[in-house]
Ligand binder design. Structure first.
Ligand code: SF4
Length: 354
């Protein structure tokens, strides 16, 4: 926030009070969505808290709200903007809440990779699938090529849909989610290729052998976790159940007891008996919230790993958007060009129908 902002002189309590007042004044015109990785002060004001799939569904279902304020990162707000109606406005409270993993695959780079895949497999021989954590332009590219979006909650189902058609899969942009999903479906490691956009021709993966080729992108929050962290937490707290997100490296997923999406992790802790013990490998704000929400269970982070992009949504940034709306302005409005929306929605619709 710049020095000239009036909110810099407010205490946190004053900011939170004014958020509450602005939200109450906006009433049913406003829906506030917050991802699980948001800080507590933001989550406290959310109408829906969820992972990206749940929030996509919530954005698509909230047809009465004029304003959807998305406390998450850019690709989530873009998805909400593409799924909501023309009478609705989506706002992202911080313009720099930008996911670095999504930025690892641009549309031009992705298209070059799909052309190489088509040359090897034939245009009808494969399906491009992109993680929800990708640019709208990459979702649109996949839509144009007959592909789909997936999230960490439904990646297995979307891969299965493609493979059951007898097709191969090209997956953007998270290497680890793609590889872990393929392995969980029984595809052997030697049939999973790697496309590295930093190498000439993507490092020339062995298309003839591969059933799945994954883009060499990663989430810095989740690749921090190592097998040594898993060993250390077992040594300190044994017996303990280690649960990690599938954006973690494959060896970490293998070393853990369970892996799954943020919603899976949440359900695992919620449904456990009092006295259960968990070490969680995902963003630390969610882990700390689980520890507070379930004080009769031990919940510790595998390592305190923070998403800096999510952390850009501060209470001050949220207040600036809500007070802007009250004044008739739309700060942080997210728009996606119509042609991108059209094709990305094809890919999103395939996911939401599965
Ligand atoms: S946790 Fe990882 S994938 Fe999610 S927004 Fe942050 S950097 Fe992107």
């Amino acid at each position: 926030m710049g020095k000239s902002s009036p909110h810099t002189v407010l205490t946190l309590d004053e900011v939170l009070q004014r958020i509450g007042e602005a939200k109450a004044a906006l009433g049913r015109d406003l829906v506030l969505l917050a991802h699980h990785y948001q800080r507590d002060e933001i989550v406290a004001f959310a109408d829906h808290v969820g992972d990206s799939l749940e929030l996509s569904r919530a954005a698509a279902a909230e047809r009465d709200a004029r304003y959807i304020v998305f406390c998450g990162v850019d690709f989530m707000a873009e998805t909400a903007a593409m799924l909501c109606g023309p009478h609705q406005t989506v706002l992202l409270p911080a313009h720099d809440a930008s996911c670095p993993m999504a930025a690892m695959a641009t549309a031009d780079e992705a298209e070059a990779a799909l052309r190489a895949a088509a040359a090897a497999w034939g245009e009808e021989g494969f399906v491009p699938i992109t993680y929800q954590n990708s640019l709208a332009e990459v979702k649109a590219l996949c839509g144009r090529w007959g592909g789909a979006v997936c999230t960490s909650a439904n990646a297995g189902r979307v891969f299965r849909w493609a493979l059951d058609q007898g097709k191969r899969v090209f997956f953007f942009p998270d290497r680890w989610l793609g590889q872990n999903t393929a392995l969980a479906l029984g595809i052997p490691e030697e049939e999973i290729g790697l496309w590295d956009p930093r190498q000439p021709e993507g490092g020339r993966p062995d298309f003839a052998r591969a059933r799945v080729v994954v883009w060499n992108g990663f989430c810095h929050v989740h690749i921090c976790f190592t097998v040594d962290h898993v060993r250390a937490v077992r040594a300190q707290y044994s017996p303990i159940t280690v649960v990690v997100h599938p954006e973690c490296r494959t060896e970490v997923v293998r070393a853990a007891d369970l892996n799954g999406s943020t919603s899976f992790i949440l359900r695992t802790v919620r449904d456990a008996a009092p006295g259960s013990r968990f070490a969680i490998g995902t963003e630390v704000h969610m882990v700390q919230r689980l520890a507070r929400d379930y004080p009769d269970r031990l919940v510790v982070p595998l390592l305190p790993s923070t998403c800096k992009a999510m952390a850009r949504i501060t209470p001050e940034a949220l207040l600036r958007v809500l007070e802007g709306l009250r004044e008739g302005r739309t700060p942080g409005k997210v728009t996606v060009p119509p042609d991108i929306t059209h094709w990305a929605n094809q890919a999103l619709a395939r996911m939401l129908s599965l």
